[in-house]
Write a protein that binds this ligand. Structure first.
Ligand code: DQA
Length: 148
């Protein structure tokens, strides 16, 4: 079974984007750490970052038929705006963890609502780039327990 990692809008800028909020780790570094852990655990892993809502939605739809057993997703700003992204996650019914580097609940009120949290198995926020590693550990457990 496969693990899919999705990164939403502006996360390609990690490292230089508001580092006091999001840290200095780049997206390439996050993906490299996840890839290394996946290789060690013999889990096949796929990554996509997009600034375009429809590209993320198309990838989620494709996950239904490609053996994806678990999704790690940081929907970024789409968390707070996108019913369409939510509907895609609901449609495929693949378990997922919602990840945020920052803690949106400690920020502006418009970041307090998420369109996907109630569908998520868990939400990890506020741990910076480490949140992805915590999420990976959980994904590994779930994939190990699932029939492949
Ligand atoms: C974010 C939090 C969102 O509110 C914001 O729009 C992002 C990043 C995070 O990882 O902390 O782009 O998802």
């Amino acid at each position: 079974s496969r693990l899919l990692v999705l990164h939403g809008p502006n996360l390609n800028l990690l490292g230089t984007r508001e580092p006091e909020v999001y840290g200095r780790t780049t997206l390439a570094e996050i993906d490299a750490q996840l890839r290394e852990r996946a290789e060690r655990a013999d889990i096949s892993i796929d990554f996509l970052q997009s600034n375009a809502e429809h590209v993320l939605i198309d990838r989620i739809q494709a996950a239904k038929g490609d053996g994806t057993g678990y999704i790690l997703i940081n929907p970024a700003a789409l968390t707070h705006t996108s019913v369409a992204l939510r509907d895609a996650l609901a449609a495929v019914a693949i378990p997922f963890i919602e990840i945020h580097l920052s803690n949106p609940h400690a920020r502006e009120p418009f970041r307090h609502h998420s369109y996907v949290s109630d569908l998520a198995q868990a939400v990890i926020c506020g741990f910076g780039a480490d949140g992805y590693l915590h999420a990976f550990d959980q994904a590994q457990k779930v994939l190990a327990a699932a029939p492949s």
